[in-house]
Design a protein around this ligand. Structure first.
Ligand SMILES: CC(C)(COP(=O)(O)OP(=O)(O)OC[C@H]1O[C@@H](n2cnc3c(N)ncnc32)[C@H](O)[C@@H]1OP(=O)(O)O)[C@@H](O)C(=O)NCCC(=O)NCCS
Length: 148
């Protein structure tokens, strides 16, 4: 299924589309343009877009530090979920990380976000620990990790 997507680096002029997906996915918790521009600057080589039929269906940002990496954010347009866009993004990110010799990939996910946890488990992430009050609204998060 993932083969039906092209995964490539985001182009800065495409930030409007990313903001659209972001707002539809996270509502009040959505990152703003300034933050995305910062990530494009700091983690731009792993700011990835999943493209199908000429449009961006989803994005993923992975930031690296030494031989570690973190999924900073991932989201797929709610209209087109369940069709493999997030899988294509994860598979491409893992390939890119392996080429760079990254050993471990971590992320934080809201305890209430079962969909995303299902996705991460499918890709072999395991929970490391519960981080109390991690989110701004006071919610807990799971720290999850896998080898690359
Ligand atoms: C999580 C998310 C990125 C998945 O995107 P997607 O393109 O629908 O995912 P895929 O179609 O590639 O599915 C990948 C796997 O995710 C899991 N998954 C997807 N939707 C799910 C759901 N509703 N419930 C449980 N697991 C789900 C499944 O394991 C699925 O594999 P399968 O199709 O073999 O069963 C998407 O739901 C999303 O954007 N959510 C809002 C943003 C978000 O929560 N991001 C993560 C923040 S930590």
């Amino acid at each position: 299924m993932a083969a039906r997507f092209t995964v490539r680096r985001l182009r800065l002029r495409e930030l409007d589309r990313i903001l659209e997906i972001e707002r539809a996915s996270f509502g009040p918790d959505a990152y703003d343009r300034k933050l995305f521009a910062e990530y494009a600057h700091k983690c731009g080589d792993l700011f990835l877009a999943a493209v199908r039929q000429g449009s961006i269906w989803g994005y993923m940002i992975v930031c690296t530090r030494g031989d570690r990496a973190e999924v900073t954010s991932v989201a797929v347009d709610p209209e087109v979920r369940g069709q493999g866009a997030a899988s294509a993004l994860m598979e491409s990110a893992l390939r890119r990380l392996r080429r760079r010799g990254i050993a471990r990939l971590t992320l934080m996910v809201r305890v209430a976000n079962r969909e995303a946890q299902g996705y991460y488990r499918k890709y072999g992430f395991a929970t490391v620990r519960r981080v109390r009050g991690y989110y701004e609204d006071g919610s807990d998060g799971w720290l999850m990790a896998r080898g690359v």
